[in-house]
Design a protein around this ligand. Structure first.
Ligand code: ADP
Length: 358
């Protein structure tokens, strides 16, 4: 069945009486370009343009129920997907089409296929570029980070107070850059062809994973004079999850807790079994998040900066990656927060969850 046209669609413009509507339709349908199909209220194929005729081999099929036209089946499938899903159809000739449907006044539907092959290619090239750049940046950054760690631990001798302060600032920036590149690499695992993150599941010792994440962030916590603690239940189940992505999600939550908290506070990571899942939570005593922002912070690129607060650098990618990790493991992430008092982010990952799409 063809999806019923939405009643919230923009109203169709009335056809001016001085214009011959029949010849306009003829012009539209004789266009050899983007494919156009017209279906009546019962879903029968009543008209199509040259573009559609050529791609779907429709000449002998006029008047047939669209559901009986085999070559149209993939396009009708795209139209029947839930609202909000990507209505892109990959045609047989290597071109990709955005499938759009609008209601006709007689209760039928006008189906237009817009050729988006160039945009898709551009998206794939950008993804390739991001892949190369993030990989090539990671190696020198790892070396810079190691030298900064050695310097700060006085491996090359004692430093003056001023040198130490400068080095601490430098180190925080380096950790921020490393996490940005890691998030770009995590985003790079997003497969634009399928609209999904690639995940590889393996059995994970959750406690060990959390300990290694916290060990890596101990230095920035010390520099900011924030106590970083782990409180893990001794009876945690083995989780089947993507090790790298889980580490990245935890790193992002802890990094944020450190970034958005003042000196002298505490960040606690708790891990406990929760029914058929493992529940991670990261609590801070930082600036908090206003109720109206608590959902949108998980969108890609969304950053909240409030006037009067210390400016914190960021990319708006961290929580998007956390949410993607949750979705790919069939889990969920949410926040409870009070402005100026602190936030707790929860990440619930089913021990053997099935991923949701998206
Ligand atoms: P970034 O930190 O790079 O801005 P994120 O996606 O990690 O990007 O976070 C989005 C926004 O959510 C941040 O800009 C910040 O306003 C808010 N946020 C995230 N974590 C916290 C936290 N622990 N405390 C307060 N605000 C937070």
């Amino acid at each position: 069945m063809l999806a019923r046209p939405s009643t919230t669609e923009a109203p169709t413009m009335p056809v001016e009486t001085s214009v011959n509507a029949g010849s306009l339709l003829d012009d539209l349908l004789s266009s050899p370009h983007d494919p156009v199909l017209v279906l009546d209220a019962s879903g029968r194929l009543i008209a199509f343009n040259q573009g559609a005729g050529a791609i779907f081999d429709l000449e002998a099929q006029r008047g047939q129920p669209s559901s009986a036209v085999i070559s149209l089946a993939p396009v009708l499938d795209v139209l029947n997907q839930p609202a909000g899903s990507q209505a892109v159809w990959d045609g047989p000739d290597g071109r990709s089409f955005l499938v759009l449907q609008s209601p006709t006044p007689s209760g039928g539907a006008l189906v237009t296929l817009r050729d988006v092959s160039d945009w898709k290619q551009l998206g794939l090239r950008l993804a390739d570029l991001m892949h190369i750049v993030s990989h090539d940046l990671r190696t020198p950054l790892t070396a810079i980070k190691s030298y900064a760690d050695m310097l700060i631990e006085s491996y090359f001798g004692e430093m003056s107070r001023a040198q130490q302060t400068a080095l601490e600032k430098l180190t925080l920036s380096i950790y921020g850059m490393v996490n940005l590149v890691d998030n770009l690499q995590a985003a790079d695992r997003f497969d634009p062809r399928k609209g999904l993150y690639k995940t590889e599941r393996e059995p994970i010792d959750v406690n060990n994973t959390a300990q290694s994440v916290l060990k890596d962030l101990q230095l920035p916590a010390e520099i900011q004079n924030i106590a970083l603690e782990l409180d893990a239940d001794p009876n945690l189940p083995i989780l089947r999850a993507d090790q790298l992505m889980l580490e990245q999600a935890l790193t992002n939550l802890v990094e944020n807790a450190l970034k958005y908290s003042p000196e002298g506070t505490k960040v606690v990571v708790r891990i406990a079994p929760d029914g058929d899942a493992v529940l991670f939570s990261v609590s801070d005593q930082g600036r908090g998040i206003a109720p109206e922002d608590q959902t949108r912070i998980f969108e890609r690129g969304v950053r909240i900066e409030q006037s009067g607060q210390k400016r914190v650098r960021g990319s708006g990618l961290g929580l998007f990656v956390v949410q993607s990790v949750a979705q790919r493991h069939g889990g969920r992430v949410w926040v409870e927060s009070v402005l100026d008092q602190g936030s707790t982010f929860f990440l619930r990952i089913p021990v053997r969850g099935e991923p949701q799409s998206g």
